[in-house]
Design a protein around this ligand. Structure first.
Ligand code: B12
Length: 295
């Protein structure tokens, strides 16, 4: 390995970790055990990675998610071309951020098109859309994103999610009935969960923001929903309908999600708590009922 000073375009381990979501310890372990990465070194001994390392680490992650052993995953990731033909999800996310921050809707749509053409739906939703929204919320709280930027970005993404949702009521898979508690307007996570469930063969009936509990219970009964998912970001709004959630759980399988829900509330009302993000929880929910195979 060459010894050298820091160079433009090369990434330190912290930056590689931030872009890929893999902790530095694990990056070093993959390098040591499987030779996944071959960083250069600064004169001070710090590792420096080429941009292509991002794609290699992402490939490793996706092979691991497919169920390959770490050694197999590393072999496959390392065998891929060093310079990826397509941009990494992290660099596309940066482009999305800049388009949305700049109120450039056509550019944002085109970045989303490119993401969807290059990566799986679940990767785009978890590593770009939800990651972006989560980060936007944090920036907004720190006063680094204006209300206008937040409203603009939320509405572009909501529109796109609704586009992906088109036809999600079709098919013969298990039926998920999705709603937010009364008064709750935050539904982007719930929409994402629905899109992933549909991609996994489920049907979705979407009641969305601010759904009265009475009408939700009626709809669940009429449709014979396999799961009812209530999601929201406000604890207060969940608490206000605790008794109605318990009644609903007596009749149907009910799951509570989003930062307004809690294990405690779910336990008291006999519901399942979904603590994670929308994509991982959609996968978990999908695993609870197997769609019928066609004969
Ligand atoms: C976008 C946004 C809005 C949009 C919502 C658009 C929409 N259709 O959803 C609009 C502009 C409508 C809005 C309105 C309001 N908002 Co607002 N909003 C936000 C913002 C910036 C981002 C929220 C978001 O959608 N994030 C995307 C989700 C996916 O990410 P997340 O929130 O991190 O969620 C994680 C988990 O909770 C989980 N998750 C979330 N949803 C789901 C769903 C499922 C099914 C699953 C499995 C998991 C899951 O996954 C995520 C990643 O792990 C946050 C700021 C923040 N820090 O969160 C405020 C925030 C949520 N809003 C807030 C408030 C107060 C309001 C308003 C009252 C503001 C006002 N004064 O008018 C109104 C009214 C809301 C209402 N009645 O419900 C507060 C909520 C405080 C609270 N806990 O009660 C926040 C936290 C801002 C703040 N710090 O004050 N808001």
């Amino acid at each position: 390995m060459k010894s050298m000073g820091a160079q433009e375009g090369l990434l330190r381990i912290g930056e590689l970790s931030r872009r890929t979501g893999v902790k530095p310890d694990l990056l070093r372990a993959w390098e040591r055990r499987y030779g996944l990465l071959e960083p250069q070194r600064t004169s001070g001994g710090f590792r420096l990675y080429p941009q292509a390392a991002v794609a290699r680490v992402e490939a490793m992650r996706s092979h691991l998610a497919e169920g390959l052993s770490a050694a197999q995953a590393a072999r496959m990731a390392a065998a891929a071309p060093a310079e990826p033909a397509m941009a990494s999800i992290a660099s596309l996310l940066e482009e999305l951020r800049s388009a949305l921050d700049g109120f450039d809707e056509p550019r944002a749509q085109s970045v989303l098109d490119r993401m969807l053409a290059s990566f799986t739906l679940e990767t785009v939703l978890s590593d770009a859309v939800i990651a972006y929204l989560h980060e936007l919320g944090e920036r907004w709280e720190r006063g680094e994103a204006s209300v206008a930027q937040e409203h603009f970005a939320s509405s572009v993404i909501r529109g796109r999610l609704l586009g992906l949702a088109r036809g999600w009521g079709a098919g013969s898979g298990p039926l998920a009935l999705l709603a937010c508690p009364p008064g709750e307007e935050h539904d982007l996570g719930l929409l994402t969960l629905g899109v992933v469930l549909h991609a996994r063969g489920w049907r979705v009936a979407y009641l969305g923001p601010d759904t009265p509990m009475e009408t939700l219970a009626q709809a669940a009964k009429n449709m014979r929903a396999d799961w009812v998912v209530l999601a929201g970001l406000s604890t207060k709004r969940f608490r206000a309908v605790e008794n109605e959630i318990a009644d609903l759980s007596g009749e149907h399988r009910v799951a509570l999600a989003g930062s307004g829900a809690s294990a405690d509330l779910a336990q008291k009302s006999g519901a399942l708590f979904l603590p994670g993000g929308p994509v991982e929880e959609a996968k978990r929910l999908a695993g609870t009922i197997q769609p019928q195979r066609a004969h």
